[in-house]
Design a protein around this ligand. Structure first.
Ligand SMILES: Nc1ncnc2c1ncn2[C@@H]1O[C@H](COP(=O)(O)OP(=O)(O)O)[C@@H](O)[C@H]1O
Ligand SMILES: [Mg+2]
Length: 260
């Protein structure tokens, strides 16, 4: 079967810093994939290239058999790749519902301008957008707080909201960057269940995550980066027992609470 995503020999340089060095991996449709590695390993940089925040310095990224690293940003929206950010990016002065409705605007043809002008076509789309948004809130368990303003939500709910908004675009590939950071044990377990139920809807997931219990319990496959290079890939068990992986984590000088 063809891969959903192919990262081929991707390198990213920021001046003298090599954030990713000749990284090659593939992702099959329908799995939960983990991207792990110590702080500064290049995980967020890889996410930024897959979601076209910036292009690689070298190498290629292919999605559903199409090369995407050379596409202009506006063409990316319709491809079916959606993401959350390590630093939560929700509109704090909007309600939970409005935040998810914003996520849906990339799917409706009338777009932001006609929405603002309230053209007749938009009325229909508004109803559609509302129904769809509510459907996603229900799925994520946020329907009861649909009218709550985002700035009064605790971190755990904010992270679910960002996830619901990313889901609203009905992506084929969902990128989650440290979605469980700062969550307590119970919230982390719930997040794991939510991610699994997204996978069960046939959405392929790539998660960057520091919580190894979460990674090991939900991922079908794990890719390990260290100092920009890919040092291992395999099942959670395989990477857990991989010497280079153990070394990379033990050798890390930062204070992450990572145990392998
Ligand atoms: N926009 C940027 N400009 C300059 N350096 C960056 C930028 N983004 C990341 N880096 C550097 O690239 C390296 C990898 O960072 P990052 O991808 O954020 O790692 P991770 O997400 O694995 O912690 C780090 O040395 C970081 O300082
Ligand atoms: Mg990061």
């Amino acid at each position: 079967m063809a891969n959903l995503l192919d990262v081929k020999n991707v390198t990213k340089r920021f001046g003298g810093v090599v954030a990713n060095k000749d990284v090659t991996f593939s992702i099959e449709a329908g799995h939960i994939n983990g991207l792990i590695g110590p702080n500064g390993a290049g995980k967020s940089t890889m996410f930024n290239m897959i979601s076209n925040v910036f292009p690689p310095s070298a190498g290629e990224i292919w999605f559903e058999g199409k090369r995407i690293d050379i596409l202009p940003a506006f063409k990316m929206a319709s491809l079916g790749i959606s993401r959350t950010f390590q630093n939560i990016q929700v509109f704090k002065n909007m309600t939970v519902l409005e935040n998810v409705m914003i996520g849906l605007h990339t799917r409706t043809s009338a777009g932001m301008l006609s929405a603002a002008l309230k053209l007749p076509k938009t009325k229909k789309e508004e109803n559609f957008t509302y129904d769809k948004a509510m459907e996603h809130l229900l799925f994520a368990g946020l329907h009861e707080i649909a009218d709550t303003f985002a700035d009064s939500l605790p971190l755990g709910k904010l992270r679910i909201l960002e996830l619901a908004r990313a889901l609203a675009t009905e992506p084929k590939l969902l990128l989650l960057d440290e979605i469980a950071a700062g969550l307590n044990h119970q919230e982390t377990v719930e997040m794991g269940k939510l991610i699994q139920s997204i996978r069960d809807r046939n959405i392929t997931i790539l998660v960057v995550e520091h919580d190894m219990d979460l990674v090991m319990s939900i991922c079908d496959k794990v890719i390990v980066l260290d100092q920009g290079e890919m040092i291992a890939e395999g099942t959670p068990k395989e990477v857990q027992n991989n010497e280079r992986v153990i070394e990379a984590y033990l050798g890390t000088s930062d204070d992450e609470e990572v145990s392998v």
